[in-house]
Design a protein around this ligand. Structure first.
Ligand code: NAD
Length: 704
């Protein structure tokens, strides 16, 4: 059954699956044809109400219980009977299954003839449901939850605040109605901060109060997203794909404005990659998010084992400046498809202000489902302090360490996608022309500002000079600038801060004797850093072991396989690598030995181009994997479930423990873990004995 619930700040209702029962529904139109049953005087306007579902007696029952629960308190909280509650009841009951509705009608009619004191007693009794056996406790619980739910939904969805601003008063839920337990924990904010979910918080450098609002909205969004079926979520992904595809030129304009990257870099690495990722979600999310059946061992015979892949709640995504659109859309959509609300904080250097919200809005996303919050690291810290259910961070090692330290205080799970110092290994039998072009693109794409850029180039000594000459030749052909038509090979540096890091590394390398093939004439100030190729590098130079994150390619020769594996692994980082050889077996052998999260063979930076593969690093390059099915799981709670029959059987490992049980268990262990027919027979016989015995003593401890 499909039910409509209101999306708080949108006019169009959203369909959610399942029987949401008595959900209040602001956008659902009142039924147009109401068979006349009974007029009921409306409190304020003295109009009359006719219910399509309830008899006069049942309506009286609603009134009775309303009077008991909400007798009113001063002017601020009018009594239930003085409100227009009744005009909403049919809209609620429209959504009930016939069986439930029939039961409710009987119950309400019954309450309609009961004196108030009796109703009070039943409600009081319903709070004691735990003290009764389930046969009585369960109906009492239904009275408690169902009736109170109905009355309070009617009440809080109907009444406006006393100041006449038209605001609903559900945030005053702290009201202590009779019978209802005091909800001491509900108003979580001091009065001054008490937020309404509909109030739009300031999303640019939000104050602490705004952060509280942002999380309140996210928690609201969480319920919406979780309540949708996967195919409903995917309709938004399909819409988003269309919007990005159609508006890509405008999007690229904005990316270029903020990053100064080459237009083709923006098209290939941000738009194309995102469309590919969205396609992956559309095709594969069903597999990644379905329940997983796993085997159940013999010792747990008769049970079924499953893994439920479920949403985590609210995910905080914090992203860097180098691929701002990609680093926004990929984690946001993965988190959303997995059923979470998302709070996204872009880098303060490349915020793409308004772009992400706009395209999500155009694709039909509700603003509670994904919120974009702007600001620097301090804002990131405030968002972490508000306790998201997971932090998905992409950025530098230094910030990753700070985030993990902060998250550890609250035990928030973190995923860290950090920096790299990726090696490229070229053996003597590699295709020279292809390997040179691969090295050049791998080092210079996005002006070298890629986490998986080639930052160390190892070339076999027998081809080193030839390789170097061709590399320098090709590097000199590259064009550079902020192009509008996709005809520049390289863009400019995005931030002055990163330009300064490149300058420091290059100047130090020069001082310590590096040989420059190209780029020696760079002034150290301009963000238009030319491709810089250098060799004669040593371990003493930062350029050879720290992330430079600019268009710089240091290279060194090597002599044999074991040596180059050792050199490549001699790094604090372990993000990605590439191996180039005509001997695929050798390349695969080397790939297995590299301590990295990804390896491309006879290609460069290509593993992240396949959205079916997991992506992530080892060592200081990060923790966790995203993309592929692993990416969907990274945003999910993998819940283990065992389903057993509701039989009277008592499990062998439950109490009481007795000497006989111990001996039978011991024989069972022998039978289960030794091999051969004798062991198997022992397992069957002792298993049966143990089961019979455990059942007997488990039911009656005196038989132990
Ligand atoms: P950064 O660590 O300086 O900033 C990243 C984000 O963290 C920004 O949004 C920033 O505002 C925020 N931030 C800073 N301090 C914070 C704090 N204390 N608490 C919470 N948030 C805080 O990184 P950057 O300079 O923007 O990006 C470049 C780095 O990102 C490079 O090291 C690069 O290798 C890495 N990167 C890694 C990947 C990957 O997938 N592994 C991808 C792209 C970039």
């Amino acid at each position: 059954m499909e039910t409509t619930i209101n999306k708080l700040d949108q006019a169009t209702p959203v369909k959610v699956p399942g029987n949401v029962g008595m959900q209040y529904c602001e956008n659902h139109p009142a039924p147009s044809t109401m068979p006349a049953k009974v007029p009921y005087p409306l409190a304020q306007g003295k109009r009359e109400f006719i219910s399509k579902h309830l008899s006069p007696l049942a309506i009286r029952g609603v009134m009775r219980i309303g009077e008991v629960l909400l007798p009113g308190e001063g002017e601020k909280f009018p009594a239930f009977k003085n409100t227009d509650f009744i005009k909403h009841i049919d809209r609620m009951l429209d959504f009930m299954e016939k069986q439930d509705l029939d039961g409710l009608k009987i119950l309400l009619s019954f309450l309609g003839v009961m004196p108030n004191l009796m109703t009070l007693f039943i409600l009081w009794l319903s709070e004691k449901d735990q003290s009764f056996p389930n046969l009585i406790g369960a109906p009492l619980r239904m009275i408690s939850i169902g009736l109170k739910g109905m009355i309070f939904t009617l009440y809080y969805s109907n009444i406006e605040d006393t100041e006449g601003k038209g605001e609903k008063i559900h945030h005053n839920i702290g009201y202590d109605a009779k019978i209802v337990k005091k909800e001491q924990n509900l108003p979580k904010f001091p009065d001054a901060l008490a937020p309404s979910v509909n109030q739009i918080p300031n999303l640019i450098n939000p104050s602490q109060a705004d952060v509280a609002h942002i999380f309140l909205r996210a928690r609201q969004g969480e319920a919406d997203v979780r309540g949708m079926s996967l195919s409903q979520r995917l309709t938004y992904i399909a819409a988003l794909k269309k919007v990005i595809l159609n508006r890509r030129e405008e999007i690229i304009d904005i990316i270029q404005r903020d990053t100064k990257k080459a237009r083709t870099d923006a098209l290939v690495s941000e738009i194309f990659s995102i469309l590919d990722h969205l396609d992956f979600l559309l095709k594969e999310a069903g597999k990644g998010l379905s329940d997983i059946k796993v085997k159940t061992p013999l010792a747990l015979m008769g049970k079924k084992s499953r893994v439920f892949v479920q949403p985590m709640g609210t995910i905080l995504v914090i992203s860097p400046w180098n691929y701002p659109f990609y680093q926004a859309i990929v984690p946001i959509t993965t988190s959303f498809v997995a059923g979470n609300a998302t709070i996204y904080k872009p880098s303060e250097y490349t915020p793409l202000t308004g772009l992400v919200e706009q395209i999500l809005d155009e694709s039909g996303f509700n603003s509670h489902w994904v919120q974009v919050v702007y600001g620097d690291g301090k804002v990131g810290q405030n968002l972490i302090a508000a306790h998201p259910d997971k932090i998905f961070f992409t950025g530098s090692v230094a910030t990753g360490q700070k985030i993990m330290a902060m998250a550890s205080q609250q035990l928030i799970p973190v995923e860290l996608e950090l920096g790299g110092k990726d090696p490229m290994i070229v053996f003597e039998d590699a295709n020279l022309e292809r390997a040179v072009s691969g090295a050049l693109w791998g080092a210079m794409t996005n002006t070298g500002q890629s986490c998986t850029a080639v930052e160390r180039l190892y070339v076999h000594s027998s081809i080193f000079e030839k390789f170097r000459e061709l590399l320098i030749f090709k590097a000199r052909q590259l064009t550079q600038g902020q192009d509008l038509e996709g005809d520049s090979d390289m863009g400019l540096m995005t931030t002055e801060m990163q330009t300064a890091v490149v300058k420091k590394h290059v100047e130090e390398a020069k001082k310590l004797g590096a040989r420059f093939g190209t780029g020696e004439d760079w002034d150290g100030v301009s963000g238009k850093i030319p491709p810089i190729i250098l060799d004669n590098v040593t371990d003493k130079m930062a350029i050879w072991h720290e992330e430079t994150f600019g268009p710089v390619l240091p290279m060194a020769p090597f002599d044999d396989e074991a040596e180059v594996i050792h050199l490549a692994n001699d790094s604090e980082y372990g993000l990605s690598a590439s191996v180039w050889s005509g001997d695929t077996e050798r390349a695969i052998r080397v790939a297995r030995e590299l301590k990295t999260g990804n390896v491309s063979i006879n290609n460069v930076m290509v593993t992240e181009g396949n959205h079916y593969l997991p992506f992530g690093g080892v060592k200081k390059s990060g923790i966790g994997r995203y993309k592929g099915v692993w990416g969907l799981h990274a945003f999910s709670n993998l819940k283990s479930v065992i389903i057993d029959a509701n039989s009277p059987k008592i499990e062998a490992n439950w109490y009481p423990y007795t000497k006989t049980k111990y001996q039978l268990f011991s024989k069972l262990v022998d039978g289960l873990y030794n091999s051969g027919p004798k062991a198997l027979l022992g397992f069957v016989v002792n298993g049966l004995k143990l089961e019979l015995y455990s059942n007997k003593v488990g039911k009656d401890f005196t038989k132990r």
